[in-house]
Design a binder for this molecule. Structure first.
Ligand code: ADP
Ligand code: MG
Length: 488
């Protein structure tokens, strides 16, 4: 079925747990690595009555930083609101969030206009149908568990305008946002750990500029799930519309095992949250805080993913996939840049990059070592530069270069010593090689005649003999040149 006659609109809502020492409104530790349940808790994040929340200034600053990075408008005035609903993972009966006065409005990321970025608290984590994993027999059937370690962890919510057009564009956006959070050092944003969670709002319409009925898909905890869930929904909507049926406005979930979405609740059943300003928290006049002025914040923003992309392209004229690797892994990118600088010649940057992105990254992958600076330094940048120089000098073949890098990775040492030890130095001395070539031609007069008679393949045979005679140490390119000259 073709869906070329339909127009897809997507708006994203992304939550990310912020990296802070303590939780959003109390002194409990904010530690997403904590595996033991209900360790980092206190009366405030457990929602006990009569407790008083206190705003975490580090979390507020994190949001102001990302707002600055995306070019959004930082609120002059902001406040926190209570979003009222009942659920065991929110025992206060409300979540502290922001409604009318979010910290940030507007901004743009990867061409996608943002509506707002606000700050709220994460809920506790419930586990349903615990079954055999239950800590006691009594809990085996029909019980759920609640872990409050996550309750009150500072949570960023970023909402985009309905301007995304495809599943691929949605994934590109989410990836860029993850990178941005990491560059700013404000979130680890690992989707598989639930540190970043994406919700996609999708609508399909037969008419450009007219919105179709929107469906919200929750629980997307991998980029692949984002892409597949959106593609699934677009096809489902298109099919419904083609067959003359209506799309129902609802919230759906993503079933990872079935790779389908399923209905969770209809919009008309959705809650009325009765938002109102939280009377326990002070309102903030951000404009009055000099250390949070836009100039002060701008000074704390590092090179951002898109700036790095542009700089690497301009400075080294690298292939796009290499640039992307260096943007995604800054330590790898810094390693490359140091190697490139050691080479001086800008034209050799791509060659160095080839060996770094394929061979060196490959060596780390093969030994199941993460790409970190300390692991990369098992092959010092100076040695990478040496290898590249040896290749361009004809002293090392590309095959030899790979072996030298592997040898340094395994046993240390320098490019020079490893190349010599492993017998990888190519003979490029034309005088010596010419003598060898003359001998071979004398021993194979028939082959020489054949070549002169027009049989091109004979040249390859003679080069092969030369390689054999020198036990593989001859530079085949130099041999070829010499044979061609002598056979003229
Ligand atoms: P709701 O009140 O249902 O939460 P919002 O207006 O707050 O809706 O928008 C929530 C998200 O849905 C935003 O990311 C927005 O861009 C997106 N959205 C709104 N309308 C549409 C639509 N017709 N199609 C796709 N996404 C939409
Ligand atoms: Mg909403």
């Amino acid at each position: 079925m073709s869906n070329s006659n339909y127009f897809t609109t997507i708006g994203l809502e992304v939550h990310a747990e912020l990296k802070t020492a303590t939780k959003m409104f109390c002194n409990s530790k904010n530690d997403t690595e904590e595996k033991r349940p209900n360790v980092n808790v206190c009366p405030i994040c457990m929602g006990h009555p009569g407790t008083l929340p206190v705003i975490n200034r580090e979390a507020v600053k994190h949001i102001l930083k990302i707002g600055t990075a995306v070019g959004g408008v930082i609120a002059d005035f902001t406040e926190f609101d209570r979003k009222n609903y009942f659920y065991p993972d929110i025992p206060k009966g409300y979540q502290i969030s922001q409604y009318k006065f979010p910290l940030v409005k507007g901004g743009k990321l990867r061409g996608v206009s943002l509506t707002r970025i606000h700050l709220e608290e994460d809920t506790a984590k419930s586990t349903h149908d615990v079954g055999d994993a239950a800590p006691t027999d009594r809990l085996k059937d029909g019980y759920s568990l609640v872990d409050f370690n996550r309750a009150g962890v500072p949570l960023m919510e970023l909402v985009t305008e309905p301007v995304v057009r495809s599943a691929e564009e949605a994934v590109r956006f989410a990836r860029e946002l993850q990178l941005l959070l990491r560059y700013l050092g404000i979130a680890d944003a690992n989707m598989e750990k639930g540190e970043m969670r994406v919700e996609a709002n999708i609508s399909v319409s037969p008419k450009e500029g007219v919105f179709g009925t929107k469906v919200e898909v929750k629980n997307l905890n991998s980029f692949r799930a984002v892409e597949r869930a959106i593609a699934y929904e677009v096809l489902r909507h298109t099919t419904l519309l083609e067959e003359g049926n209506a799309v129902i406005q609802e919230t759906r979930g993503w079933d990872e095992s079935k790779q389908t979405t399923f209905s969770q609740r209809r919009k008309e059943e959705s809650h009325d949250y009765r938002y109102f300003p939280d009377p326990d928290l002070p309102k903030l006049s951000l404009g009055l805080i000099p250390e949070w002025s836009s100039e002060a914040l701008a000074r704390e923003i590092p090179e951002l993913p898109w700036q790095r992309r542009e700089r690497l392209a301009k400075l080294y004229a690298l292939k796009a996939p290499d640039i992307e690797m260096y943007v995604e892994n800054r330590e790898l990118g810094d390693y490359f840049e140091e190697a490139a600088r050691a080479l001086d010649l800008q034209e050799l940057a791509q060659l160095a990059s080839n060996y770094i992105t394929s061979d060196i990254v490959g060596l780390l992958a093969k030994s199941e070592t993460p790409i970190s600076r300390s692991n990369l330094d098992r092959i010092p940048v100076g040695e990478v530069a040496s290898v590249i120089r040896m290749i361009t000098a004809g002293v090392l073949s590309s095959r030899g270069a790979k072996d030298v890098l592997a040898a340094i990775f395994a046993d240390g040492g320098s490019a020079e010593t490893q190349a010599k030890e492993k017998n990888l130095i190519q003979q490029s001395n034309e005088g010596e090689l010419e003598a060898t070539a003359r001998e071979i031609m004398k021993e194979h007069p028939k082959v020489v005649d054949e070549y002169r008679g027009g049989k091109e393949a004979s040249l390859q045979y003679l080069i092969g003999q030369g390689m054999k005679r020198t036990k593989g140490s001859a530079n085949p390119e130099v041999l070829k040149k010499i044979f061609k000259k002598l056979l003229k």
